[in-house]
Design a protein around this ligand. Structure first.
Ligand code: 6GU
Length: 228
């Protein structure tokens, strides 16, 4: 998969994209991620990329010309992207099925606006998907873009060494995770459940399943109606 991320704040995203699972997936060629600084396409001596909104109101709006020029240049760097995604609280809410669907794309272009909005004509002309990461307001699309990229990359084949591990994530099968324990067997008077130290893999599997269902019923009963 190839991901191109357009942002006016590349420094906000570069380090998180260089570490952990995403960083290793890039190094091993599972995913190619390119960050593009929108300001390089800015107009005039000060490379302006934003202006106040027509009709008044607060905040600034990313102007269409730099963003369109940037999108044209970025899109031309490879095969036609399956989607041009704008990160916005207006968008469809990111969940595991949406991430799974987008992870099948060979190429995605993401737009993160660190302003109130982008000019509607960019949305009309270029954007094919609008994605939100939840019903709360953030200062820009950069953190949401990182969230989306993390959700996508971790499920790409080869991104996680233990193939089971991404598949057993909470939500991938509609249930929350079972509690996890590691050494020591006793900590501040709290003991690891005996079954986990029994060596009985069928019993461990049953225990985990029971824990997952109980936790999901208690915390997220809304998930159980759809779980198999
Ligand atoms: Cl994608 N952007 C912003 N600015 N805030 C958000 C969001 C996106 N998703 C949830 N809140």
């Amino acid at each position: 998969m190839r991901i191109d991320l357009i942002t006016a704040l590349p420094e906000l995203v570069e380090s998180p994209l260089a570490h952990s699972i995403i960083g290793r997936a890039r190094e091993s060629g599972v995913v190619e991620i390119h960050v593009h600084d929108l300001r390089e396409w800015g107009k005039g001596k000060y490379r302006h990329i934003d202006a106040p909104p027509y009709g008044g109101g607060g905040g600034m709006v990313l102007t269409p010309e730099p963003l369109a020029d940037c999108l044209d240049a970025v899109i031309a760097l490879g095969d036609a992207p399956e989607a041009v995604v704008f990160l916005t609280p207006d968008g469809e809410t990111l969940d595991q099925p949406l991430a799974n669907g987008l992870s099948l794309a060979k190429r995605l272009v993401l737009i993160a606006g660190h302003y109130k909005n982008i000019d509607q004509r960019i949305r009309d002309l270029y954007v094919t998907r609008e994605v939100s990461i939840g019903d709360y307001v953030l200062s820009g699309g950069e953190l949401p873009a990182l969230v989306l990229i993390d959700a996508l990359v971790r499920i790409l084949p080869g991104a996680i060494s233990d193939a089971q591990s991404a598949l057993s994530d909470s939500f991938q099968d509609g249930l929350l995770d079972a509690p996890a324990y590691t050494r020591p067997a006793s900590f501040r008077g709290l003991d690891v459940p005996d079954v986990l130290r029994s060596g009985d893999h069928a019993a461990i599997s049953d225990w985990r399943e029971d824990q997952r269902v109980a936790k999901t019923r208690q915390r997220r009963p809304d998930l159980l109606s759809g779980a198999d």
